[in-house]
Ligand binder design. Sequence first.
Ligand code: SAH
Length: 342
Amino acid sequence: MEAIYNFTEKDLKDKLTSNGFPGYTGRQVFEWVYKKRVSNFDSMSNLSKKLKEFLRKSFSITKLKLIKKEKSTDKTEKYLFELEDGMAIEAVLIPEKERSTLCVSTQVGCKFKCLFCVSGQDGFKRNLTASEIIGQYFAVADLKAPLKVTNIVFMGIGEPLDNFDNTIKSINILMNSAGINFSKRRISISTCGLVPEIKELAKLKLGIKLSVSLHSAENDIRDKLMPINKKYPIEELMLATREFSKVSKDLVTFECVLIEGINTSVDDARKLAKLLNRVNGKANLIPYNGSSPEIKAPTQEQLDIFTQELKDRSAFFTLRKSRGQDINAACGQLKVKYLLDQ
Ligand code: SAH
């Protein structure tokens, strides 16, 4: 049996036609599964008995199992889900006035070991399937209804472009107008900077947004924060993001987690401004949110000096309020806490 949420409309059509069913049944089943969201095949009333029998034997309609939910005083919610093999992943919902953003995970663990991020601390376990990615959306959408999830960011645990095929598959499913019909402009992928995959993503012309975790405009510092920089240094990364923004006709966002004494000096701000102006990008500044004894967020005064420097150089940036600090809402933190509590 295969999880049906792993199937795009085309996958369903291929599977059904190769088993002797007419091509149009692919669309019919897709609509039942993703638009009408039925949870069993018997309710697919316009399908033949034979087709329903085939679906029952071939597919399962699975749901993620919620094992823990935490709500921050600022309304950020964090969900911990158990997968069929017992592993756990998390998703975060950030409700704001005009939108509600869901942050989904794409892997169990992470290979990339960025200094400030707990997701890779226990190493990499496995890729999520498209069904497990879509499952996070369905689970949170169901729990929060009638509140609508308006934006999805692939910014949870793992590196989405390291799980390229399943990430793209889940995005194709989300965007299909015969199903969930999620707006492409409200989907965003965040990457640590995998250059070949950014170029590959550009070629697909999906119309989605791209965020690149930059953290520093200087290779020496970025090397220390993100080991991946040794493989794909900043110059190469900028060429790839330029390719992406040319195709998407949209600014790329550069995320910078600010850590006192590492990337928050006036010189760091100047170099960042220069890079942003050169590549026509915008920065999303995020004060470090975590409990490492070695690193900490800058003070308000340091933040003010840093942002003033960017303003003076007309660099485009936003300063993200750290949300959900009291519930460990940065990548991987709830899972770590859950495992420690066991
Ligand atoms: N692998 C992808 C997506 C996961 S991390 C990537 O690297 O972009 C996504 C973002 O989470 C990072 O850019 C960073 O902005 C944020 N993040 C991770 N750990 C954090 C922490 N301890 N404090 C603040 N932000 C953090």
